[in-house]
Design a protein around this ligand. Structure first.
Ligand code: 5GP
Length: 190
């Protein structure tokens, strides 16, 4: 079966419409992969995916990188099943890899207020890596409350709730190959 790319979807009883297409995503992911390839020549970076949302982005991104590299996962919880941030961050899974003296690339699905990323950066820096940079698929500059430096950003978006390509709404929608936004113009029953 070919990859499922509808223009609108229903998720948990609400209607979402296409926001960033598969082609647009694939093009930016390839560009960022090539940029990382150039920036890390002669180094062996370790990609740290922030679970659960980054898993598709991380998998696609790493396939555009040709230099030797490694990966690990770190898991946080902050949103629960809601569309707005709970304002709390909890660590659910720590790193397995040793990152002392390593070049670390944190891979996130979305930076909203920056709370999660500021927490992750504090945790990583305490482990004395050689360097730490942040890669994020999406950034909502309008929501920024915490000052975090983002080194690679695929798309800047307005302060809207999105899902797909790893991002969920109450755990659903992560499998979608495109990014969708809540469609306020259509009742869910249409
Ligand atoms: P922050 O700590 O920057 O406020 O929020 C980061 C986390 O909130 C992301 O890793 C993601 O899990 C969640 N998040 C923020 N905005 C959205 C959104 O528009 N859609 C979804 N599905 N999750 C979001």
């Amino acid at each position: 079966m070919s990859i499922y790319t509808p223009d609108t979807i229903q998720c948990n009883g609400e209607t979402f419409k296409l926001f960033i297409s598969r082609d647009q995503i694939q093009q930016r992911v390839a560009e960022i992969g090539r940029q990382i390839d150039e920036d890390y020549q002669g180094k062996k970076p370790i990609f740290i995916g922030v679970l659960n949302g980054s898993f598709i982005f991380l998998a696609d991104l790493m396939r555009h990188v040709s230099i030797p590299c490694e990966m690990d996962f770190f898991k946080l919880s902050s949103y629960g099943d809601e569309k707005v941030s709970s304002g709390k961050v909890t660590k659910l899974k720590d790193l397995d890899a040793q990152i002392e003296n390593r070049h670390v690339l944190i891979v996130e699905d979305i930076v909203d207020t920056g709370l999660s990323m500021s927490y992750i950066l504090r945790q990583m820096k305490a482990l004395n890596p050689a360097s730490v940079k942040v890669v994020t698929l999406l950034h909502k500059p309008g929501a920024g409350k915490y000052d975090v430096k983002l080194d690679y950003v695929a798309f800047e978006i307005p302060t809207l709730f999105v899902l797909g390509y790893g991002l969920d709404y109450a755990q659903e929608g992560r499998n979608l190959a495109q990014i969708y936004v809540l469609d306020d113009t259509r009742p869910a029953s249409n």
